[in-house]
Design a protein around this ligand. Sequence first.
Ligand SMILES: Nc1ncnc2c1ncn2[C@@H]1O[C@H](COP(=O)(O)OP(=O)(O)OP(=O)(O)O)[C@@H](O)[C@H]1O
Ligand SMILES: [Mg+2]
Length: 569
Amino acid sequence: MSATWRRLLRYFRPHAGKLALALVLLALHSAIPGLLVLLIERVLDDVLIQQDQALLRVLPVAVVALYAANGTLGFARGMLTRSVSWAVITQLRGELFDALLHQDVAWHQTHPTGGLLSRLTQDTDNVQYGVSAVVTAIQKPLTLAAILGAAATMSVELTALAVLVLPLVIWPIQRFGRRLRDRTRASLDNLADLSGVATEALTGIRTVQRHGGEAGRGSAFEVQNRLQERLRLQAHAARLMPSPIIEIIAAVGVAIVLWVGGARVVAGDMQPGELIAFLVALGLLNPPLKGLAEVHSLAQRARAGAERVFEIIDRAPAIPDTGTVRLDVGEAALAFEAVTFDYGDAPVLQGLSLSVPPGRTVALVGASGSGKSTAAALVSRLYDPTGGRLTLAGHDLRDLTLTSLRRHVAVVAQEPFLFDDTVAANIALGRPDAPRADVIAAARVANAHDFVSALPQGYDTRIDELGLRLSGGQRQRICIARAVLRDAPVLVLDEATSALDAESEFAVQEALDRLSADRTVLAIAHRLSTIRDADEIVVLDHGRVVERGRHADLLALDGTYAALVRRQG
Ligand SMILES: Nc1ncnc2c1ncn2[C@@H]1O[C@H](COP(=O)(O)OP(=O)(O)OP(=O)(O)O)[C@@H](O)[C@H]1O
Ligand SMILES: [Mg+2]
């Protein structure tokens, strides 16, 4: 058994009771075809040939009873195995999503959302089919054994002959099973690419339509779509292949039995009814044999899906949460100590040092691409620095638990991101159990309470119902309320007012000023007017600090900062 399957089986342990019951039902269910064989033999020999009247009255009832039992057992067993396999998949999908939520953003950047979504749906679906199939699989050998047992009561010798050809069916099952797994894996990989292309194009639908990108995006999709078609066909061929081969092998078995058994009947050593029943029994062997092949292919598909799922569950995030210090402070100093960083190629930060004393504000300014947002990302440990360190209340960020670090840092990013949930839930993102009064208080600080109250269902209005009806400034203020509710001692503001008109900028700025009071603030601003009062302004150029000081000092210096201010008029 592969390591992947051994691991999957561990997920079944909590459901051992249900599984045991399912197995009992399975065993009963499997015995029914064998009973049918015996029944047919009775019909042929005793009723038709020996003319047994009493048995003729019992047999019809027995037939109906057998089929009723068959149906009932099949239903109960099916529901039971499905309920176990779905419970297992639910667990697996939950673990996968959890792992996705904890992967570092650098990894996410190279793994497009669409592709990850297909893992959550397609891959787990494949595991689900395979898992249910394997739970049922145990029935096939039981059915085989029951039929062979019934056959053996008629002729041990003929049964032995039939059993001799059985091992031959293993070859096609294994040979095409491997190919199926390989093709399934390829098609799942491709499905991830396909979903990636689609998600991107649909998320950026405005950009696509504005620039007439339909044809271009359409053909990018077409490439993946065609590939998916080809891979699916190849997988399906590998899945169907064993069945005809098994039929041919079974036909060889029947031929041998006909040849040997026919000679017996002619010689008077065997009843004709016996031989016919025996041949019927051989025919009954076909479905479970093919079923076994089908189970094997589903198991291969499950393995392909499970491998892709476990890959992610097993991946250690590049931002290890190994710190042990749990900080719990009302105010804290934030410092960058000779921090260097790159995203893999050119250096982005080159020895950035700055410190924000508790309750003070330091502003980071510089041209586009100078590394400001990157510095902000390091504070929440979205990335770790490649050199130097960041400290919070004197602790290296890596020594703090991630939870503790992030509880102490609130961020207002430039791009306000809202979830398809209620306004209240969006504000309470980091504190889902926050009382409504706190949510409202946060919204008041963020200058958001008035427009939120005016929404159709107030705080319970869903953002997705509003669609894009919220203005940039309103979205921004909901995000500020989110940061207010975090009530963290350290605040990182990244260009929070850059995309707003004068009026909403005023509302947002007022909110930010209130939020910043008494906090340790790292403020990044394109509009230099908003950071005029900062305790220190650090000017970045290509990741290097070129100037630092207060607004007036920097103006007097008449360097990079003064030039930036002049450019903004
Ligand atoms: N996720 C990323 N992956 C790779 N490179 C990145 C990434 N984010 C930023 N960069 C690069 O790092 C450099 C600094 O980017 P950063 O976003 O920190 O600049 P910024 O000062 O915030 O610019 P802006 O004023 O335009 O917001 C740029 O050269 C940018 O191309
Ligand atoms: Mg930026």
